[in-house]
Write a protein that binds this ligand. Structure first.
Ligand code: DGL
Length: 264
């Protein structure tokens, strides 16, 4: 079990934010990354479609003999998690729970903000998870559909990005949220500008939190990779990989090995 890879899937390239956090704290782990680039975006698709895609993605990862699965995509975590946990025997973690746990720890006023794709916000997944632990918390959420294209165009700073951030996040400022959960794979790349705009707000990066959760899980179950050498990263995508390779470089700040294309 130990020396098997960790499986990660996302709707596309965004889940690389999760891979990047994992390799920082679990450098010896091998990772199989599956990006469903032919069917991205998931952020405006229905629950039945997202469940179906997620099942297919996990079946692919299981074929690669992964020891656990990380659903890096917030939309899939929001709309398919319960279903996936019931369907598969392998340990599966999404990004919602780890992000929420962190927000609950850092929030003093229990006024928490959440940003994500349209489907994530419409599912109220974060509100429901927060309410399990703190039913009195005030949760404000907002979909920010322009954030993904901004990141994918490499517009991580600058005037346009600042204006879009202000347009989406001004309500959070008014409502004095003291912590804001970045509930989408791409948003950690905008963290610097978001923190600049919401200066007094703690920004919760779900990618970082799921990486910490993964480390805890592997340690507790004695599943850490025993080979003390840099982990191998294998990438699989479902569409021609040129754009994926380009964006992966932006997300990881290094070049990745050419992904293998899988037909879906
Ligand atoms: N990966 C998606 C998420 O975290 C963002 C991109 C998409 O809409 O597929 O919600």
């Amino acid at each position: 079990m130990n020396n098997r890879p960790i499986g990660i899937f996302d709707s596309g390239v965004g889940g690389i934010t999760v891979l990047s956090e994992i390799e920082k704290i679990l450098p010896y782990e091998d990772i199989v990354y599956f990006g469903d680039t032919a069917r991205v975006p998931y952020g405006n698709k229905s629950q039945s479609t997202i469940r179906k895609f997620s099942v297919e993605n996990i079946l692919f990862l299981l074929d690669k003999k992964v020891k656990m699965v990380i659903v890096a995509c917030n939309t899939a975590s929001s709309l398919a998690m319960d279903y996936l946990k019931k369907t598969f025997n392998v340990y599966i973690t999404g990004v919602i729970e780890p992000g929420v746990q962190k927000a609950l720890i850092v929030s003093r006023s229990s006024v928490i903000g959440v940003v994500g794709t349209r489907s994530t916000i419409a599912s109220a997944s974060y509100e429901k998870e927060i309410a399990k632990y703190n039913p009195g918390a005030l949760v404000y959420s907002k979909s920010c559909p322009l954030f993904v294209p901004l990141v994918e165009e490499g517009l991580l700073t600058g005037k346009i990005t600042q204006e879009v951030i202000e347009m989406y996040l001004q309500d959070f400022k008014r409502k004095r949220v003291d912590s804001l959960i970045l509930g989408c794979t791409h948003y950690p790349l905008l963290k610097q500008e978001i923190s600049r705009y919401l200066q007094d707000t703690f920004i919760v990066d779900s990618a970082k939190e799921v990486a910490l959760h993964t480390k805890q899980f592997l340690t507790k179950n004695n599943f850490l990779n025993k080979k003390k050498r840099k982990g191998k990263k294998d990438f699989y995508v479902t569409d021609e990989p040129t754009q994926f390779i380009k964006l992966a470089k932006l997300f990881l700040k290094r070049t990745i090995a050419r992904p293998e294309v899988i037909n879906v």
